[in-house]
Design a protein around this ligand. Structure first.
Ligand code: ADP
Ligand code: MG
Ligand code: ZN
Length: 497
């Protein structure tokens, strides 16, 4: 038996921290003030009797958390439950001082819903089971041979978005997670910071023989906090389960952890059943009753969603699907792209403008931002930089190599495009007379490549163009170089024959 005889069944449970000012059941700050990183907070700085679970302390529901959960539900087409109930999920862990987590069990605030993903150009609806509200636990820190507990996170509001087992491949799961992330960040209900664990997922994975309908035994991979890792963890898990079944053994229902360094999952514990948690309604909290007018207000607060934006970019700017991906992946990239488009000048074709802007943003700009680990909002490069670069590119005044260089320099200095272009002398060389000597130099230095080109190996053309570009310090117009090389080569071949 091989992987090909099996089909994977995947369902994700996504935890997403809501951006409220205070925690879900007390007035402690839910996160550090803007601009301050979580790691610079003192351990146990943001705690009180309620989130530390002191006896007799009573929780008070944070209304803003309810609103944000409702907004999330409406955006994915969930039904908002008129009255939903909090339950205690009992378990022991040092970072859970109360001995139970306040969550929702059989009546969640949002029921059903759907996330649309695009797989190889085909659209697929991944259904949601529910979205419920709950509090986060604290954090155990294992260092110096001891375990320390930090409760700054305890009581931070979360929504858990529980997906139906509708996903079939690691790629679908990755796409689903990316799309959910784009939706919740566009809604502005979370910062979506995955490194901090503010958006993380548990992946449930099982396999079954192709064509057979009952689901197999599932394994839950806990707390994966990157898109790439979720795909890799699931891919590994599928392989592992195929090997288990192929060896005539059975998959054990358990919780596993993914180790990115080893690219493997490891057994953590056998999976608890719901009964083990002794869920019961929390007697300290009233049911959440969502007022009708809140639902209407939250519905109105929903901005254009990523899928709608992708459709609009395709229709209005003729941008292909893969070009719209990064642009609609989060609020910051969408806002950046749309600000660039806002400075569009009508003398240029709008689709060419959009395409060039999309290329710069998804290419060099995203690379720079990832490399620096810096959010676009705090970067020195602004939409004005990109809009000006696109104008120069489309006006043939700047080569794309030079445009990249300007972007890099703007990234570090914040100087305007025109200042950088003038300082670096990057205006595109469109003068054949000035380029011809560079072309002949490159051709005579590379007789082998020239020979290959003459014999029809078109691939070396790009290589030669690159060399001339280098000699011109990125200033030459590549289309013009191509012409000049072809002409020069044609001339030599004629001489020889
Ligand atoms: P629990 O309540 O024990 O967490 P659920 O039935 O509510 O279990 O499912 C939790 C998650 O596991 C859901 O996201 C669901 O899609 C997924 N899931 C359930 N059964 C399977 C299965 N056989 N294979 C893969 N995923 C599954
Ligand atoms: Mg679960
Ligand atoms: Zn508190």
């Amino acid at each position: 038996m091989s992987v090909l005889d099996f089909e994977a069944v995947i369902g994700l449970e996504v935890h997403c921290q809501l951006s409220t000012r205070s925690k879900i059941f007390c007035s402690c700050p839910a996160s550090p003030p803007a601009g301050v990183s979580v790691s610079s907070l003192q351990p146990n700085q943001n705690v009180c009797e309620v989130c530390c679970g002191h006896p007799g302390a009573l929780p008070v529901m944070n209304a803003e958390a309810v609103r944000l959960a409702v907004r999330a539900g409406l955006a994915v087409g969930s039904r908002i439950r008129q009255a939903s109930v909090f339950a205690r999920k009992n378990y022991f862990y040092p970072d859970l001082p109360k001995g139970y987590q306040i969550s929702q069990y059989d009546s969640a605030i949002c029921e059903g819903g759907v996330v649309e993903i695009e797989v190889d150009g085909a659209r697929k609806q991944a259904r949601l089971r529910r979205i419920h509200l709950e509090e986060d636990a604290g954090k155990s820190v294992h260092e110096f041979g001891v375990t320390l507990v930090n409760l700054n996170r305890a009581g931070v509001p979360l929504i858990e978005i529980v997906g139906e087992p509708d996903l079939r491949t690691p790629e679908e799961a990755g796409d689903y997670l990316r799309e959910l992330h784009a939706i919740v960040t566009t809604l502005g209900i979370t910062d979506g910071n995955m490194q901090e664990g503010n958006f993380r997922c548990d992946a449930n994975v099982s396999i079954r023989r192709k064509g057979s309908s009952p689901f197999g035994t599932r394994v839950e991979i806990k707390n994966v906090n990157s898109f790439r890792f979720v795909e890799k963890a699931i891919a590994f898990e599928i392989q592992r389960q195929v090997a288990v079944l192929s060896a005539g053994k059975v998959v054990v229902q358990e919780t596993r952890l993914y180790d990115p360094q080893k690219d493997q999952t490891f057994s953590m514990r056998t999976k608890e059943e719901a009964e083990d948690y002794r869920y019961f309604p929390d007697p300290d909290l009233l049911p959440i009753v969502v007022p009708e007018n809140w639902i209407e207000e939250e519905r109105r607060a929903i901005p254009e969603l990523p899928a709608q934006k992708r459709d609009r970019y395709r229709k209005d700017y003729l941008l292909p699907a893969q070009d719209t991906r990064l642009l609609t992946s989060s609020r910051e990239w969408m806002q950046f792209f749309e600000s660039v488009m806002a400075s569009f000048v009508s003398t240029l074709p709008v689709d060419a403008f959009a395409k060039a802007a999309a290329n710069l943003i998804s290419g060099e700009l995203s690379r720079l931002s990832h490399e620096a680990g810096l959010a676009l909002e705090s970067a020195r490069v602004t939409p004005i930089h990109v809009a000006r670069l696109v104008e120069l590119l489309l006006g043939n005044q700047l080569s794309s190599t030079a445009a990249k260089k300007v972007l890099q320099l703007a990234w570090s200095s914040g100087d305007s495009v025109d200042v950088i272009v003038a300082r670096e002398g990057l205006i595109q060389q469109n003068d054949a007379g000035a380029l011809e000597p560079l072309v002949s130099a490159v051709l005579s230095e590379n007789p082998q490549a020239v020979e290959e080109l003459c014999s029809g190996k078109e691939k070396v053309l790009g290589f030669l163009v690159g060399l001339v570009m280098k000699k011109s310090k990125g200033r030459a117009n590549p289309a013009l170089i191509q012409d000049l090389i072809r002409k020069a080569v044609a001339a030599t071949t004629q001489l020889e024959s």
